[in-house]
Design a protein around this ligand. Structure first.
Ligand code: PHE
Length: 366
């Protein structure tokens, strides 16, 4: 989709550049959608206050995917066919982004996921127009495993995952491989299905094994329920998880049960880098909230896309893809430079839930 240059806009871009976002604004991970949209809105406001992209005003169209793959695909098709967007940010969950990537590629519309960490998003054939701003789960699983064995001195682990969620399946697998390589033993691997709310059967199996750590690979809602039910059964192991824990609702759902747990994440609001400091100030001024990793990653994913459009100075998908591949920027979640598989190589942080709040525990370089 090329827009003819009009008015005072520079050659290559029209008076307006329309981009889309596909985000879980409703459903089981709605805080992810809200934070991501806020990060993206802030970014676009800042660009537009500074001349947009090469003089063209940026217009953002947001669609809800309800955290469902089929809704994500429908949202993407609407953005491409009706709104004629030149690029898309999204989605959050790997299972949704995995469904969208072939559609974007066939339509030659580049998409940049903020936070989908499953390797398949960029690795699968037919997903060549998919990019992301985050690290990937083989790294994240290793970070959690190393923290368990080296910092917590854990020897045994139980792993719980959702069979119908690519993210949790992958994270469970990558954790297991890394933990066993470090000399640990996964004594139980338990699965369930999306939407399940009763985990007593799985937890009853785990209890007599008394694992040092329990790896809860899911998003905050399910993690909250599992943590509660585990403590009710008298399970005492330390809870560990991944980026899917990052929501203010985790503690609301889990209460004291999640106290002392740790999760890996993409950024810490306690980071004192100039980029994080600036972002925190701007975000707090606009929303009166501390941004979580979803907000930071959506800001960075949007920036990757806008910078690529600017560099290409074109709305042509193939030209934007080439510019995206050459991404080299330092932003809120670190330096984003892509490897040969179009994945950023960047550090992770470990965060502890302490007194019901997130506290920075450590930073792990790739
Ligand atoms: N990494 C998760 C996925 O791929 C999504 C997520 C990222 C959730 C960051 C919370 C924070 O499904």
């Amino acid at each position: 989709p090329t827009t003819a240059p009009t008015g005072g806009a520079s050659a290559g871009l029209g008076a307006e550049v329309k981009i889309g976002a596909v985000l879980p604004m409703t459903g089981d991970v709605a805080t992810f959608g809200k934070s991501s949209k806020q990060g993206l809105d802030l970014l676009i406001e800042q660009y537009n206050a500074n001349g947009g992209i090469n003089g063209s005003k940026i217009v953002l169209v947001v669609e809800d995917d309800e955290n469902k793959p089929e809704s994500g695909v429908a949202a993407l098709q609407k953005l491409i066919n009706n709104d004629k967007v030149v690029g898309v940010v999204g989605s959050v969950a790997s299972k949704v982004t995995l469904a969208m990537a072939p559609v974007a590629t066939q339509s030659k519309v580049p998409m940049v996921s903020s936070s989908s960490t499953n390797p398949g998003v960029t690795a699968l054939a037919g997903n060549e127009y998919a990019f992301r701003a985050c690290f990937i789960d083989p790294f994240q699983g290793t970070v959690i495993a190393k923290f368990a064995s080296e910092t917590l001195k854990a020897k045994t682990a139980a792993v719980l995952y959702d069979v119908a969620n690519d993210y949790t399946v992958g994270l469970a697998e990558f954790f297991t491989a890394a933990f066993e390589a470090a000399g640990g033993k996964v004594v139980s691997s338990q699965s369930y299905n999306t939407g399940d709310t009763d985990f007593n059967a799985q937890l009853t199996t785990i209890k007599p094994l008394n694992p040092d750590v329990l790896i809860l690979t899911d998003y905050y809602q399910t993690v909250g329920l599992i943590a509660k039910q585990a403590r009710n059964l008298g399970i005492t192991g330390t809870f560990l998880g991944g980026d899917g824990w990052d929501s203010p609702d985790l503690v609301t759902i889990a209460g004291d049960s999640i106290e002392g747990g740790y999760f890996s994440n993409h950024y810490s609001s306690e980071d004192t880098s100039p980029e994080v400091t600036q972002f925190l100030n701007d975000y707090k001024a606009k929303y009166n909230e501390t941004p979580d990793a979803l907000a930071a990653l959506a800001y960075d994913a949007g920036k990757m896309l806008l910078e690529a459009i600017k560099k290409a100075n074109s709305t042509d998908g193939a030209a934007i893809v080439e510019a995206l591949k050459a991404t080299d920027m330092t932003s809120v979640t670190g330096t984003i430079k892509l490897d040969e598989n179009r994945n950023p190589v960047k550090p992770a942080v470990m965060i502890q839930i302490k007194d019901g709040k997130q506290a920075f525990a450590s930073k792990v370089n790739p």
